[in-house]
Design a protein around this ligand. Structure first.
Ligand code: TGC
Ligand code: FAD
Length: 400
């Protein structure tokens, strides 16, 4: 034993690293139950296979139903709509567990819960909610969220997709790009600008309607275990009842608040997976006659990773409690999304470096997480967009 009582070579457990500041004692029994059931599923059913899915560029068709059976789709919604009425903190915890496996798998759940079920619950009629939410919660129906377009990403206000009211129906025409779950989805939440007056409106669109097509983006070097598509809407007709009761960019942006919040938690899971992998690797890897784990600069790298992820965990936890109390302003969410993605991406890059040449192979998970996190840094508002949101918050001046 050393003078501090720590045996030489006895590394910290996963549980100790992931809860370095003892946040566990602050979660409710229900939150811990949800966290533990998702953790068990993820470690047994996803982690052993996800590397292969990612390499093949596939997303298993049975996963939506299995996520539904686990009860994690729309977990914060009321039970009558298939949710569990769980806290936002519980939603954050389950995102962290999922992203420990892969950002693409967490993305599926983010889109279904935050970008499809949330707007239907918040802005949909009782008929829309009853028709779709239980089926989305069970995974029978997959949803997608179409906001981004080929020429309108960071600036969704520049969207060209149009909607036109004709009698009791709306007609939608346009192209959406980079849409997660696009070709899997039976239901799309599509945002379009009204030809009459220019207001942005949201629609719940069944994807088997005439004029609706989806094509996958096949050239991704990131998020390969997630489906990303282009949507083409050519005079797609939907009933007036499919129009959500919200007007303006406030509609889609309020959905983004939910998803960005989940991402602030989720990326910590990817970061911890990388830290654990690197810590185990350096224990076994000899260099200059001793394990890398005994080298000061290697320990400094591990200490920095733990520091960043622990600070990120405190940020996510407190934001969760603010959200549970209705105090999650968009700017608070932007700070957490931006800084936790930065932290996780930095950790993934450092872990990849510690793994040396092995770190560039998909035998290990660091490079997969690192490449996925490049997407996470771009979607749901780029790092720059969140910096500008915070700049506007501080100065009162819009610098977009
Ligand atoms: P701006 O003038 O700031 O605002 C227009 C209207 O929207 C309101 N608003 C918000 N409402 C709710 N939540 C927010 N976060 C809001 N931010 C603004 C605002 O009050 C205003 O309302 P009103 O009633 O006065 O009209 O709009 P802007 O055009 O200047 O744009 C602001 C900006 C740049 C921050 C915004 O456009 C933005 O966030 N851009 C980034 C786009 C983005 O994040 N896209 C994500 C697409 S979805 C996706 O990536 C899914 S990835 C899959 C996964 O999640 O896993
Ligand atoms: P651009 O907006 O063209 O940005 C390019 C660069 O310019 C970035 O570095 C950006 O930060 C910078 N920039 C932009 N504006 C400014 C400025 N004012 N000042 C300084 N720099 C600026 N969208 C959906 O609607 N639904 C989805 O399900 C979805 N899933 C996605 C999944 C993946 C894997 C990816 C990669 C994207 C997904 N997106 C989705 C789209 C995503 O939200 C956009 O890619 C993102 O908002 C950025 O838009 P863009 O790609 O058009 O980049």
């Amino acid at each position: 034993m050393t003078s501090t009582g720590v045996a030489r070579g006895a590394s910290a457990s996963s549980r100790t690293l992931q809860d370095f500041y003892g946040l566990e004692s602050l979660y409710s029994t229900e939150e811990l139950l949800i966290r533990d059931s998702v953790r068990e599923f993820v470690r047994a059913e996803l982690v052993p296979h996800v590397g292969q899915w990612w390499s093949e560029g596939s997303f298993p068709a049975d996963l939506p139903r299995r996520f539904g059976a686990l009860g994690i789709l729309g977990v914060t919604l009321p039970e009558r709509f298939g949710g569990s009425g769980a806290s936002h903190t519980a939603y954050g915890l389950l995102n962290r567990e999922l992203e420990y496996a892969d950002s693409g798998l967490r993305s599926f759940v983010s889109v279904q819960s935050s970008l499809v079920m949330y707007p239907i619950d918040a802005f949909g009629s009782e008929a829309l909610r009853s028709a779709w939410l239980p089926r989305l919660a069970s995974g029978e129906v997959v949803g997608c969220f179409g906001l981004t377009e080929p020429d309108a990403g960071s600036d969704p206000g520049a969207m060209r997709t149009r909607c036109r009211r004709v009698g009791d129906e709306w007609v939608l025409t346009g192209v959406k790009r980079w849409i997660t779950n696009g070709s899997l989805a039976q239901l799309a939440v599509v945002w379009a600008r009204d030809e009459d007056g220019g207001t942005v409106r949201g629609f719940v669109v069944e994807t088997d309607r005439d004029g609706f097509r989806a094509h996958d983006v096949k050239t991704k070097a990131s998020m390969r275990a997630s489906v990303t598509s282009e949507l083409y809407l050519d005079e797609v007709v939907v009933p007036a009842a499919a129009c959500l009761a919200v007007e303006g960019l406030r509609g889609p942006l309020s959905c983004l608040n939910q998803a960005r919040y989940g991402i602030a938690w989720g990326v910590l899971g990817a970061g911890f997976a990388c830290l654990e992998e690197a810590a185990a690797y350096v224990e076994d890897r000899p260099s200059f006659g001793a394990p890398l784990a005994g080298k000061q600069l290697v320990q400094a790298a591990l200490a920095d990773m733990l520091g960043e992820l622990t600070k990120g965990s405190l940020l996510a936890f407190h934001l969760g409690r603010l959200k549970d109390g209705g105090q999650d302003t968009p700017a608070r969410v932007s700070l957490a999304k931006r800084d936790n993605v930065r932290a996780a991406l930095g950790v993934a890059r450092a872990a990849r470096d510690l793994l040396g040449g092995n770190g560039i192979t998909t035998e290990y998970s660091a490079i997969r997480h690192m490449l996925n996190l490049e997407s996470v840094a771009t979607y749901e508002g780029t790092d720059t967009v969140h910096t500008l949101i915070l700049g506007r918050e501080i100065t009162g001046r819009s610098a977009f």
